[in-house]
Design a protein around this ligand. Structure first.
Ligand SMILES: Cc1cc2nc3c(=O)[nH]c(=O)nc-3n(C[C@H](O)[C@H](O)[C@H](O)COP(=O)(O)O)c2cc1C
Length: 164
């Protein structure tokens, strides 16, 4: 799928087909995160791919609004060294991977990491060393149903030329 189309058609997918995603496809998606913009060239991120069903359920149970991730084909955890711009960097990587997934016909949903009270619990569960922050949790999978993009505020409402 062409890039602009993938950006426009991407939407949160929370129901997945019970279908495996090939390893090379997962690697392609994570590679989109790897090349994201990063402040001061620090690349503070690490990406953990969880495919094991039991582990997926364990993580899902810890979250509040991410219970559906237990049914994902796999879930990518974005964690980042606690640098000045860890959040911006981690979010850029997150969105890159979601767009990459969409362009390959794979659905995803951003499940909150940073600021959630369950961050430490998830980091511990995944044996992430001290000094890292949980930025986001990204379940991915082939969408179980067709869905239109989520309506957003129109361009003329959000676009300001020259001044606010
Ligand atoms: C920082 C952030 C945290 C989010 N956390 C959750 C979450 O915990 N659970 C969930 O189902 N969706 C979560 N979402 C997805 C939003 O609900 C979704 O992006 C929004 O409703 C717009 O829909 P769209 O993604 O289809 O455009 C999160 C999105 C962002 C950017």
């Amino acid at each position: 799928m062409e890039t602009l189309e993938a950006i426009r058609l991407r939407h949160s997918v929370r129901e997945y087909e019970d279908r495996h995603i090939m390893k090379d496809i997962i690697e392609k998606i994570v590679d989109c995160g790897r090349v994201a913009p990063t402040a001061r060239g620090e690349e503070p991120w690490e990406f953990i791919v969880i495919t094991d069903k039991k582990a997926l359920k364990e993580i899902a149970d810890i979250t509040d609004y991410g219970k559906f991730l237990k049914n994902s084909a796999c879930t990518i955890i974005v964690c980042s060294k606690d640098t000045k711009y860890y959040l911006e960097d981690g979010c850029a990587a997150t969105e890159n991977m979601m767009i990459g997934a969409a362009s390959l016909g794979i659905g995803s949903c951003w499940v909150a990491g940073d600021k959630k009270s369950y961050c430490e619990k998830i980091l511990k569960c995944l044996e992430v060393p001290p000094g890292y922050k949980l930025v986001s949790i990204i379940p991915i999978g082939y969408p179980a149903k067709r869905q239109n993009p989520t309506p957003k505020r129109p361009l003329e409402e959000v676009l300001h030329w020259e001044k606010f």
